[in-house]
Write a protein that binds this ligand. Structure first.
Ligand code: ANZ
Ligand code: ZN
Length: 801
């Protein structure tokens, strides 16, 4: 009988659907397991072969957990707000809602054709008003706690998308999405105070099991820095505060630098003799992104402020003040003391402007020193600090600063507050009303959801306002507080809003009274295993941890962290190791693979492609190998013999394979689990037959990987019931010991070869085997054996003369 995957796969997909096989039960008496993958953005391109890598991996985990007796929640949904849909809608004059609906239908069909065991009863869609009702509700809670606020600020402005971008969406100075130039623009923006959670977002990484690179990236992104704020004064008598991580180097400060946006420039413009030159420099700096400005290797530019100098509080030295764009207004105090002897950027600036360099940490070669941070060493030229170690000097100078009211210790974070607004149509409306008397007033919760209104055009306006601003019937409203005339907020929420809490909605997706019932949240949370892309580490993963912590603080959820475990898959690349992209024309369409080889082969292949966490190039030859493996499993049905157990000659390998597959799945080693099953198949095939007991075990082990084929064979062989209702197979540890070992064989202490021997072989047997070996025989030829040594399990040495 031919392996008709097309027919088999359709049959089982329908059966699973009809029987609601993968529905998670709301039965809190059962042990639960919550497996989660990042829900896709339903783009017009359809599913990418990268999606199934993550989805299949956790599908394997979910299926295995069900066989292990868990009540499993493995949900799927759509992160459907966002720019590409909106841009497509504008270009083709179709409502984004219709575009979304089409794309979702396509994605869903593709996911179903892969046999993924999602609980489709719990499907969510972030653009559904019954969903964003609760996104808006969370926003209102944040607003009420002072964590959502409006602020006029310089924002990243994409010149092509005509919209504000978060720092995270600006990559190397260009828009992450469209690649166009990003400039700075002043705008009043909704912001979320994620910075208030910075320390907890670092500390609580200790509570979770995330792969190390994720923890490291999050810590670096939050960027905790410890140092001191030091009060310098100016020759005008003003205070000028700086932030430094190296207060120990205060005696080495030879000049000061303030950011081009520093308020002192405006406040003291009349005292700055070269104010025109300074203003021209400010204008130049405004064109650059923070990223460009912070670049270590860029040329150092700047202007000295004429007419005002700074006074160092520790020694009274008066030093020049420069304006330079390498100092950012968005970090610390926007002003630094420059210590060119021990800081790379200060050093380069000092060289460029011919400024003095004073060494304060002994080391010798200043040129070299500036390129290391000299965090160890002995202080020199440093008054009360001279002779101390750097560590002691830090403590002592901070004491001195505190006593003399010239400064204090300070912790800073690189993390910035989250710009929580877009001037676009296709997003969640922000439920706020602006009243001349009452200011920003939240909508009453009973008014939610505030539904996105129909508009004639989704194009952003030329002045960068949202298309909603042109819709008078939406904009004009009454103030919920005073009843007077008021205007609605017309900005919408950013792409990351809906995905910041979607895992909560899956717990109870149809609830109309709350984002989810408390019992459901308490039962299912935290997510036991969350897999997703590394590129989401500092965006989605951090944002959702922040929202979750906030919801924890207001009593909505009971655990401080949303995800107990986080792993990440490598990208799938083109055949030659290049990125898959439409422009390169090397995109593989999963539909084509499924059509030609079947979903089970596709799943197997994506798990076999290489180490799960590493990027892997696509290989058509390797797909065919996976298909052949499944063909051979299929053909085993022709040589099945009676017998519920394992035959003695393969019993050991059966147990070892069960153990390997069981453990490898947990360790994300899907490829080696498959390799073990392939090896087992070879052993079995060599015997010419397979017992019913052996076959059953093989089917259960392979089921999470190739669910359709294994269900079909299970049914054909009449084991009774459906395979997905069975128990995972067990192994006997005592039967997993290796029965052969490799030992070293020597002549006169020199290694000649390696021998594979039975682990229980006697000394005589091993010696006999050694003497038969060709290489050993050559080395011993014509000589007499004087001694024979055998170290069990390790080596045999024959001494000859
Ligand atoms: C003097 C000094 C001496 C510094 C030395 C470093 C080494 P992190 O670790 O990133 O927090 N700095 C402070 N505010 C800045 C701003 N707004 N823009 C650019 N640079 C700024 O680094 C803090 C250090 O970066 C501070 O410590 C300051 O330079 C600089 F041997 O002060 B340091
Ligand atoms: Zn009012």
């Amino acid at each position: 009988m031919k392996y008709n995957f097309e027919q088999i796969e359709k049959k089982w997909q329908n059966k699973w659907d009809e029987n609601n096989t993968f529905a998670a039960k709301n039965d809190t008496s059962l042990p639960k397991y919550y497996a989660l993958v990042e829900f896709p953005y339903p783009s017009g391109q359809g599913l990418h072969v990268g999606h199934p890598r993550s989805y299949t991996a956790l599908d394997i985990v979910a299926r295995k957990r069900r066989l292990e007796g868990y009540n499993v929640l493995y949900p799927m949904g759509w992160d459907a707000f966002g720019l590409p849909t909106e841009n497509f809608a504008i270009k083709n004059h179709i409502h984004p809602e219709i575009v979304t609906e089409k794309n979702v239908a396509r994605f869903k069909g593709q996911l179903k054709s892969l046999g993924l065991s999602f609980d489709w009863n719990r499907e969510v869609n972030t653009t559904d008003p019954s969903y964003y009702h609760w996104t808006q509700w969370i926003f209102l809670q944040l607003f009420k706690k002072g964590l959502a606020y409006k602020k006029k600020m310089a924002v990243n402005w994409c010149t092509s998308c005509k919209c504000v971008l978060a720092n995270e969406e600006v990559v190397n100075g260009v828009c992450e999405r469209c690649g166009a130039e990003v400039i700075h623009k002043e705008k009043s923006q909704w912001m979320l105070k994620i910075t208030e959670y910075a320390q907890r977002l670092i500390d609580d990484l200790d509570l979770v099991d995330y792969i190390n690179p994720v923890k490291v990236q999050q810590r670096n992104w939050i960027g905790r820095s410890t140092g001191a704020e030091v009060l310098f004064t100016t020759t005008l008598g003003d205070e000028l505060k700086i932030y430094t991580t190296r207060p120990d180097t205060l005696f080495g400060a030879t000049y000061m630098v303030i950011s081009p946006e520093h308020p002192m420039i405006k406040e003291r413009a009349d005292k700055i003799e070269n104010i025109d030159e300074v203003k021209a420099y400010q204008a130049e700096a405004a064109k650059k992104s923070d990223f460009e400005r912070a670049e270590v290797n860029k040329d150092k530019t700047g202007v000295e402020i004429k007419g005002i100098r700074a006074i160092n509080p520790v020694n009274g030295a008066d030093i020049p003040i420069f304006v330079s764009d390498y100092v950012l207004m968005t970090y610390g105090t926007g002003a630094i003391m420059a210590v060119p002897a021990h800081d790379t950027r200060d050093y380069e600036f000092a060289k460029a402007f011919d400024l003095p360099i004073i060494e304060v940490v002994a080391g010798g070669d200043i040129e070299k020193e500036a390129f290391t941070d000299c965090a160890t060493g002995v202080m020199v030229n440093s008054g009360l600090l001279t002779g101390l170690s750097v560590e002691d000097a830090k403590v002592k100078i901070i004491e001195w600063l505190k006593e003399n009211k010239k400064g204090e210790p300070k912790v800073n974070y690189k993390l910035r507050d989250w710009v929580f607004a877009r001037q676009r149509y296709w997003g969640e409306p922000i439920p706020i009303v602006h009243c001349e008397h009452c200011g920003a007033v939240p909508l009453d919760e009973s008014e939610l959801p505030l539904v996105l209104p129909e508009v004639d055009s989704y194009e952003p306006t030329e002045n960068g306002e949202s298309p909603l601003s042109k819709l008078d019937s939406f904009v004009n409203t009454t103030c919920p507080k005073c009843g007077g005339p008021a205007k609605r907020e017309t900005d919408t929420m950013p792409q990351w809003a809906g995905s910041s809490w979607y895992f909560l909605r899956y717990c109870d997706p149809h609830n109309v009274n709350a984002l989810a019932a408390k019992e459901a949240l308490d039962y299912w949370l935290p997510v036991d295993w969350y897999n997703g892309g590394m590129e989401h580490t500092t965006l989605h993963l951090l944002y959702s941890r922040f929202w979750h912590k906030f919801l924890y603080d207001i009593g909505v959820v009971s655990c401080p962290e949303p995800y107990a475990k986080r792993t990440s898959h490598g990208m799938i690349l083109g055949e030659n190791g290049e990125k898959m992209s439409k422009s390169r024309g090397n995109v593989v369409n999963p539909d084509d693979i499924i059509k030609e080889y079947g979903a089970d082969t596709m799943r197997l292949y994506e798990m076999f492609i290489g180490d799960f966490e590493k990027a892997a190039p696509w290989s058509s030859a390797s797909i065919r190998g996976c298909k052949r493996f499944l063909d051979r499993v299929w053909n085993l049905q022709t040589c099945v013999t009676d017998g519920a157990g394992y035959r003695p000659e393969i019993e050991g390998e059966m147990h070892k394979t069960i153990k390997k597959v069981t453990e490898d799945i947990e360790a994300l080693k899907f490829n080696t689990a498959l390799a073990a099953m392939m090896a087992l198949l070879n052993t079995i095939t060599a015997t010419g037959s397979i017992t019913r007991g052996e076959f059953r075990t093989l089917l259960i082990l392979l089921n999470p990987f190739a669910p359709h084929l294994t269900e079909e064979l299970y049914e054909l062989l009449g084991y009774g019931g459906m395979l997905n209702q069975q128990k995972w197979v067990e192994y006997d540890e005592s039967k997993c010991k290796d029965d052969t070992v490799e030992i070293v064989a020597q002549v006169n202490g020199k290694i000649k070869t390696k021998l594979t021997i039975d682990a229980n072989a006697s000394k005589d047997d091993v010696l006999a085997l050694a003497k038969e070996d060709e290489k050993m025989a050559v080395a011993m030829a014509g000589k007499n054996v004087v001694k024979e040594i055998y170290v069990p399990g390790k080596l045999v040495n024959i001494v000859v003369k």
